[in-house]
Design a protein around this ligand. Structure first.
Ligand code: ADP
Ligand code: ZN
Length: 210
């Protein structure tokens, strides 16, 4: 397996699990959400195009996201394998991915109750520099508002509001569930219970991919 794809609703823990997997399995994490947020922060043309879609909880247009992923995969640093968080999210993105890089792959679908996922998102904090993920209730940064890892600013994401979260779940059900079903039919998909503490969920995932 060269490519591991993490699927799951917003708040299912894809980002947190991706960070742990990246550390322990020496895979490079590719998060389209992080790539897009950093484009916005750097005020690039791509970032300016993506911003409104993201803030409302909608999807950024396929063409733009596919191009960013194509660029990222062409960088030549992925020979040890990579883990994707947040891509593919549409059938068109899945198709594009198989054309860009036909790497052998596995996918993990992190399943979690919507109520638990929403609660996590509404108390989530994110480092605006390195993307590290915290939680007001369960995992606050050691120093209020400052990232433990890079000393960057830890903030509420602008799409972690009730309204944008509702929209993200709608889009997930309509656009991304069919992609997960497609990976199921390809027989490369494992399901894992994403409920409970991050350390517990991670143990379950480790058992699947080790
Ligand atoms: P989450 O999975 O919690 O919704 P992400 O950081 O993965 O968070 O994504 C945040 C937002 O970035 C999405 O709501 C969407 O607007 C945009 N985005 C990220 N990845 C994609 C993608 N593959 N296709 C389209 N939009 C994306
Ligand atoms: Zn940081």
């Amino acid at each position: 397996m060269k490519r591991l794809i993490l699927f799951g609703a917003p708040g299912s823990g894809k980002g947190t699990m991706g960070d742990l997997i990246q550390r322990d399995f020496h895979l490079v994490k590719i998060s389209t959400g992080d790539i897009l947020r950093s484009a916005i922060q750097q005020d690039t043309a791509e970032g300016r195009r993506a911003r409104a879609f993201m803030e409302s909880g909608g999807l950024v247009p396929d063409k733009l996201v596919i191009e960013l992923v194509r660029l990222r995969l062409s960088r030549g640093d992925l020979n040890g394998g990579y883990v994707m968080d947040g891509y593919p999210r549409t059938l068109a993105q899945a198709q594009a991915l198989s054309l860009i890089a036909s790497d052998s792959e596995k996918a993990v679908f992190i399943e979690v109750m919507e109520a638990e996922a929403v609660a996590r998102l509404l108390s989530r904090l994110t480092c605006s520099d390195c993307g590290a993920i915290y939680n007001q209730l369960t995992k606050p940064p050691q120093k209020d508002g400052i990232c433990d890892i890079c000393r960057g600013r830890v903030v509420r994401r602008t799409d972690d509001t009730e309204e944008a979260v509702r929209q993200r779940f709608r889009v997930y059900a309509e656009r991304t569930m069919p992609v997960i079903e497609y990976y199921g039919r390809k027989n490369v998909l494992a399901r894992v219970d994403g409920g409970g503490a991050a350390a517990q969920v991670y143990l379950r995932i480790k058992g699947l991919i080790a």
